[in-house]
Design a protein around this ligand. Structure first.
Ligand code: GLU
Length: 469
């Protein structure tokens, strides 16, 4: 048997992390078993579906590298097929036309509620001969007795009595098919062997199984993935901040990190935290998926992002960072190579956006010094060190980190002070900040001209401060 999984989003919003995790699990399961992964867009709710949402789903999946073997299939293009199946169900006694008015149904509901019963359709039209010409819906004839039983690959055995299920509407009065019908037809036609989806659908499964049985179709295996909670224990939603995959992309997260984060969000393999794509494919199993809901944890995502920023090839990180420099208007043409800056800065950044912010001084002049750093290190007492170093730097025959290092050192020695007393004022002078990677390396990258101008500016600044004091 070839494994075939599908991701079946409704394009009614962005691709959120819950959906992306479902897609990832479907994709992993298919890849692991050398099967096929199918993308199906469930766009039958035309009012709520949008092109923009389809775009966001496709872009999000492409960014995460979740490639599909078939699709995207659009349900709105399959209406004829759904009608064909509904007609077949009608012709074969598995469905019937129902002409109950909304008023009757409302009354029924109120009665049942008053009697503390679960509101459900009472089968009123089951044995009536409703003409196709009068307004009607089509209902599936759910078996009256027996039990629907299936072994959920994550939750274990689930059993529901047929007496608990009522006759589901499969075609509305306007002729459109409903969700449970379209899903069943598609899963059957597309030869889906494993339905892996969010557990908000677990109540639909017995109904879908009954329809599949009526159609004589082979039943897929089902795996319902527990939901994702926010850090407050409530279901993850917009309230908890970014939940859209593309929002993470735009905030400077790496797809490797988000993917790694998502795979661990509800699945584990021992206590391993870092998984390459290949490892995920190799190790993923539905048995490893937790039964309990998973809680979203931004700190862990940040940790993973940092891990990948530090460990991916420098060229890859630089390539990904490029668009963020462009976006933030940091022109990198007249400055050190992006790769050299990334190599130096990436240890300090959590996201690519962060990396740009930490790298600005390599490419552009800063307007102000960091207040605290200037107050502490650009004081009159720092003037001799700044001036002595400036003089040496002006005469330096080479502008490498080794040369700069030894200039800092000799300055400190000549003045009889520690390295920090020279290095810190120079750092603030050159970067505007109290923190940076090793200042000799930073200066080597920024280049002679820029550094000298900044040192001169700092000397003037300190002098002005001394005069003003
Ligand atoms: N379209 C459904 C949703 O987005 C998923 C249906 C399914 O996976 O069976 O919630």
């Amino acid at each position: 048997m070839t494994v075939r999984t599908r991701f079946a989003p409704s394009p009614t919003g962005y691709l959120h992390v819950g959906g992306a995790r479902t897609a990832l699990y479907c994709w992993l399961f298919a890849r692991k078993h050398n099967g096929q992964f199918i993308l199906r867009i469930e766009d039958t709710d035309r009012e709520r579906s949008s092109e923009a949402s389809v775009r966001a789903i496709l872009d999000g999946m492409a960014w995460l590298g979740l490639d599909y073997d078939e699709g995207p299939f659009y349900q709105t293009e399959r209406f004829e097929r759904y009608q064909e199946i509904i007609d077949w169900l009608l012709a074969n006694g598995h469905a019937y036309r129902c002409r109950c008015t909304p008023e009757r149904l409302q009354q029924l509901r109120e009665q049942q509620m008053a009697q503390k019963q679960k509101p459900r359709y009472d089968g009123h039209c089951r044995n009536l001969d409703v003409s196709p010409d009068e307004p009607h819906v089509v209902r599936f004839k759910n078996p009256l007795d027996g039990i629907v039983r299936f072994e959920d690959q994550i939750k274990g055995v689930i059993e529901v009595k047929n007496s608990e299920l009522d006759d589901l509407i499969i075609r509305r009065t306007d002729g459109t098919p409903t969700y449970n019908l379209t899903v069943v037809v598609d899963d059957m036609d597309m030869g889906i062997t494993h339905v892996i989806r969010g557990d908000d659908h677990v109540n639909n499964t017995p109904r879908q199984i009954n329809i599949l049985k009526a159609l004589g179709a082979e039943l897929p295996k089902y795996a319902h993935v527990p939901m994702i909670l926010g850090d407050d224990g409530k279901r993850l939603s917009k309230r908890h901040g970014a939940v859209s995959v593309l929002a993470y992309r735009d905030a400077g997260y790496l797809p490797e990190a988000l993917l790694n984060y998502l795979v661990r969000l509800g699945w584990s393999h021992g206590d391993q935290e870092i998984f390459s794509r290949e490892e995920m494919i190799q190790l993923f199993s539905l048995e490893g998926v937790n039964r309990a809901p998973a809680a979203f944890n931004t700190e862990k995502l940040n940790w993973l992002n940092q891990h990948y920023l530090k460990t991916l090839p420098v060229e890859t990180v630089a390539e990904r960072a490029q668009m963020f420099f462009d976006e933030k208007g940091v022109a990198i043409t007249f400055g050190p190579s992006l790769e050299s800056v990334v190599a130096l800065i990436r240890e300090r950044a959590t996201t690519l956006v962060d990396l740009v912010e930490h790298s600005r001084y390599f490419y552009e002049e800063f307007s102000d010094y960091d207040e605290k750093a200037a107050k502490k290190h650009l004081r009159p007492a720092a003037l001799p060190a700044l001036m002595a170093f400036f003089e040496k730097a002006q005469r330096a025959d080479d502008w490498t980190k080794e040369v700069l290092h030894s200039l800092l050192q000799t300055t400190a020695e000549e003045l009889g002070v520690g390295m920090g007393k020279v290095g810190m004022p120079v750092r603030v002078a050159v970067t505007g900040q109290g923190q940076s990677p090793s200042i000799d390396e930073v200066m080597a990258l920024i280049g002679r001209e820029r550094c000298l101008a900044r040192l001169q500016r700092a000397i003037d600044y300190v002098k002005a401060r001394a005069d003003g004091a």
